[in-house]
Design a protein around this ligand. Structure first.
Ligand code: GDP
Ligand code: MN
Length: 383
C-alpha cells in the first residue's frame, strides 16, 4: 500500500526523522488558511501516488497568499501521469544546499533489506542507476543483527558525503531503517534528502510502501487505506475471503491449493498463454466459494477464457462440479471454460458436468491438455 508524500512524512515524524512542517488541504481556501499558519515562503505540493510531480508543475514555491491561490488553483485537479490531484500539502519552504538520495527497499532475492544512498539526489534515480551505478552506495542489512550505526556511517563515507555530514546522515539512515522495520514497510524512499545552509539534514520528499498483509498490526496505518486505489477484483476477492492476485494476461485461473495454482500459471505460460490472475479456492471448494471465484474472475474485462484446475484430494470433484453448475446459474459467465477434474470422485464430477451441458464448458483430463485448450480458446480458436 502506497502512501501520499505527506502521510509518509507524518510517519517519518513519528520516528523522529526531520521533515519540514506542513498542513494538508483539499481546496484553495484550505490551502490559503494553511499557508497563513505556516508563513511565507511556502511550497504548494500536489499529493498523488506518483513521482515526477516537480517536473509536471505539481510543486511550486509561493512567496505570498496571492501565489498560494494561483498555484493551488493550477495544481488542484491537475493530471499528473494519469493521477488526478485531489489534495495538496502546504509546506514551509526549505533552503537547499545539497540534494541526496536515500532509500531502503525489501530485496526479496537477497532476503534482506537493501539500503541505498547517493549524493545524486533530486533527479531521476533510475537514470543515475543506469548511467553511473557507482554513484549509489548500497548495503544489505543482516536481518538478525539489524542495521548497525557504524554501517550507516560507512555507507555515508562510501557515497562520498562530506565529512561533517557523515554522522548526521548516518543517524538519518538509522532512523529510516527503524521506520522501515517498525512500520513493516516494503519501501521507504527519500528523494531528495536535503542539506540546509545550516548543515541540517531533512527529508524533503517521501515515498513509502507498506506491506498490506501487515496492516492489521498497524491501526494508524490501516486508516490510510484508500479503497479507490485498490484493484476492483482484488477488493471483490477479499470481500469473499478468496486468495486472488491480479496479473496482466487474459486467461482466468482457478485451482485448489496455492501450489497447484502456481504450477497452473506456469503450464499456461508454457503453452503461450498469459494468466489474468492467481486464484486459490482453498481446500474445501464448496459451491459458494466457486460462485464467488467465478464472479471475481469474470469481472475482469480482460479475461477471454477460464481454466479450472482441480486436483481432488480433500476436495471432491463431484462437489466442485455441482458448485460450478450453481456458479453458472448465478454468475452467468460469457467466456469459455476449460475444466480439468482429477482425483477424488473425478469420474462422477466429469459425468455431472457432461450431463449439465453448461454453455461453453469443455472438460480435460490432464493439466497439459487443459492448458493447451484454454490458450487456444483465449485466442478465439475452436477446440
Ligand atoms: P517529486 O518531483 O514528485 O519528486 O517532488 P519533490 O517533493 O521531490 O520536489 C521536487 C523538487 O522540488 C525537489 O527536488 C526540490 O528541488 C524542489 N523543492 C521541493 N520543495 C522545495 C523547497 O521547500 N524549497 C526549494 N527551494 N525547492 C523545493
Ligand atoms: Mn522527489
Amino acid at each position: 500500500m502506497d502512501l501520499l508524500e505527506y502521510q509518509g512524512k507524518q510517519l517519518f515524524a513519528r520516528h523522529e526523522i526531520p521533515v519540514p512542517s506542513g498542513i494538508p488541504a483539499r481546496t484553495v481556501d484550505e490551502a490559503l488558511a494553511a499557508a497563513e499558519k505556516i508563513g511565507y515562503p511556502c511550497v504548494v505540493k500536489a499529493q498523488v501516488k506518483i513521482g515526477g510531480r516537480g517536473k509536471a508543475g505539481g510543486v511550486k514555491v509561493a512567496a505570498n497568499a496571492e501565489e498560494v491561490r494561483e498555484h493551488s488553483e493550477a495544481i488542484l485537479g491537475m493530471d499528473i501521469k494519469g493521477f488526478t490531484v485531489y489534495e495538496l500539502w502546504i509546506e514551509e519552504a526549505s533552503e537547499i544546499e545539497a540534494e541526496y538520495y536515500a532509500a531502503i527497499v525489501f530485496d526479496r532475492s537477497a532476503r534482506a533489506a537493501l539500503v541505498m544512498l547517493s549524493t545524486q539526489g533530486g533527479m531521476d534515480i533510475e537514470q543515475v542507476s543506469a548511467e553511473t551505478p557507482e554513484a549509489i552506495a548500497t548495503l544489505h542489512v543482516d536481518p538478525l543483527l539489524g542495521f548497525q550505526p557504524f554501517e550507516a556511517r560507512r555507507l555515508a563515507f562510501e557515497a562520498g558525503i562530506d565529512a561533517d555530514l557523515i554522522r548526521p546522515i548516518g543517524d538519518f539512515l538509522t532512523r529510516l531503517y527503524e521506520t522501515f522495520i517498525a512500520e513493516e514497510a516494503l519501501l521507504v524512499e527519500v528523494n531528495p534528502v536535503i542539506i540546509t545552509p545550516e548543515r541540517k539534514v531533512r527529508a524533503l520528499d517521501s515515498k513509502v510502501t507498506l506491506d498490506p498483509s501487515a496492516l492489521y498490526r498497524h491501526e494508524e496505518n490501516a486508516k490510510l487505506r484508500d479503497p479507490s486505489d485498490e484493484d476492483p477484483q482484488e477488493q471483490m476477492a477479499r470481500d469473499r475471503g478468496l486468495t486472488y492476485v491480479k496479473l496482466d494476461g487474459d486467461i482466468g485461473i482457478l485451482g485448489n491449493g496455492a501450489g497447484l495454482v502456481m504450477s497452473t500459471l506456469d503450464v499456461v505460460a508454457q503453452y503461450g498463454g498469459e494468466p489474468a490472475n492467481f486464484l486459490d479456492a482453498g481446500g474445501g471448494s464448496k459451491a459458494d466459494a466457486i460462485t464467488g471465484a467465478v464472479e471475481v474472475i469474470c469481472s475482469n474485462e480482460k479475461v477471454k477464457a477460464v481454466l479450472f484446475n482441480i486436483f481432488g484430494g480433500i476436495t471432491r470433484c463431484d462437489e466442485v462440479a455441482n458448485g460450478l453448475i450453481e456458479a453458472f446459474a448465478t454468475a452467468k459467465p460469457t467466456v469459455p471454460f476449460v475444466v480439468r477434474l482429477d482425483g477424488t470422485n473425478d469420474v462422477e464430477g466429469r459425468k455431472i458436468l457432461a450431463d449439465a451441458k453448461l454453455p461453453g464448458v469443455h472438460t480435460a483430463a490432464t493439466m497439459n491438455e487443459a492448458a493447451e485448450m484454454v490458450v487456444a480458446l483465449a485466442k478465439g480458436e475452436s477446440v
